[in-house]
Design a protein around this ligand. Structure first.
Ligand code: RIB
Ligand code: CA
Length: 309
């Protein structure tokens, strides 16, 4: 496989950190052009700082970080402490980075990068709310045609984690998600449907936390959140690394082309990804919706990446 150029748009977030490290550990396949921070798990200043910490941990402060949207397109920011409580900040006592975010606004850097590189050569990996990408598409719609793909952790068709039907990244900014899903860019979606098949068991976490290197030992702190859930008998998925895993080993996943629309009206279904799984609406398909994954293969990929990085 030829080396792919990727932009990681992210709201670190413990699982985002694992995804970034997995991408950096596979430098033979993935060239991380930059990281754009977005509000989500915590504030955008916090997510940018955490992205810088992860890059410093990996010895990759050469990768630029850009500050993005501090709030969703409409309404106030809802952060993930509603999901995890202050545990969302667990494990982030990583060494501070000497680097700072670059001056350019994230959406503008995304635009400049896509306009300056050959069409079809850059993939965006979206690991948080889609606000930065929606802003970039709004400012320069033509960049959607220049992207190779947009691979995202977003949505759910079998139950949400923020209300009965909505997944966090879409719930935080459904208006941004609506704009992104309406764009012509090739979209691959790792929703809760597939990440719920990647639950981090005590065994998986034990193997990752036992990897004998400096980076993995620091990552162990970030995994404490998941270890606590697993020990309590309700293991949680490492959502975001599924996006990078799909890029590295798409054969580990299966999915189907569907039409996805987003519920932006206030109420019980706010932020729902309305997935026409039975193709009854007659609406054109606009996303490749992942439905299954090789769980063991996923954790082997993570383990080999953290061992090698
Ligand atoms: O719903 C899971 C998503 O919300 C993940 O991307 C996690 O990091 C949080 O952003
Ligand atoms: Ca995330």
């Amino acid at each position: 496989m030829s080396k792919q150029s990727i932009i990681i748009d992210t709201d670190p977030g413990q699982d985002d950190a694992l995804a970034i490290l997995l991408a950096l550990a596979n430098g033979d396949a993935l060239d991380v052009l930059g990281i754009t921070a977005v509000c989500g798990n915590i504030s955008v200043k916090g997510t940018a700082a955490n992205a810088l910490k992860v890059l410093a941990l990996a010895g990759r402060e050469d990768v630029p970080v850009f500050l993005g949207a501090p709030a969703p397109l409409v309404g106030a920011l809802v952060t993930a402490d509603v999901l995890h409580g202050e545990a969302i900040t667990a494990g982030w006592d990583l060494p501070l980075s000497k680097a700072s975010p670059r001056a350019e606004f994230a959406a503008d850097w995304i635009i400049d990068t896509l306009l300056s590189r050959p069409a079809g050569t850059v993939t965006i990996c979206a690991l948080g709310p889609l606000t930065n990408i929606a802003l970039a598409f709004a400012k320069r719609p033509e960049i959607a045609d220049r992207l190779r793909a947009l691979v995202m952790m977003a949505g759910a068709s079998q139950g949400g984690n923020m209300n009965a039907v909505a997944e966090f990244n879409v719930f935080v900014d459904p208006h941004a998600a609506a704009r992104v899903f309406a764009s012509p860019v090739r979209k691959v979606v790792a929703s809760l449907d597939v990440t719920q098949k990647l639950l981090a068991t005590e065994r998986d976490l034990g193997r990752l936390m036992a990897i004998p290197n400096r980076i993995a030992s620091q990552v162990s702190g970030l995994l404490r959140l998941y270890e606590a859930y697993a020990k309590a008998g309700s293991p949680r998925p490492l959502h975001d690394p599924a996006v990078i895993a799909w890029l590295l080993a798409p054969e580990m996943f299966s999915g189907k082309d569907v039409n996805v629309e987003i519920e932006t009206a206030p109420g019980r279904t706010y932020g729902q990804t309305i997935v026409d799984v039975n193709a009854v609406t007659g609406r054109a398909t606009n996303a490749h919706w992942l439905t299954d994954a090789d769980r063991e293969g996923f954790y082997r990929l993570l383990e080999s990446g953290l061992t090698r990085i």
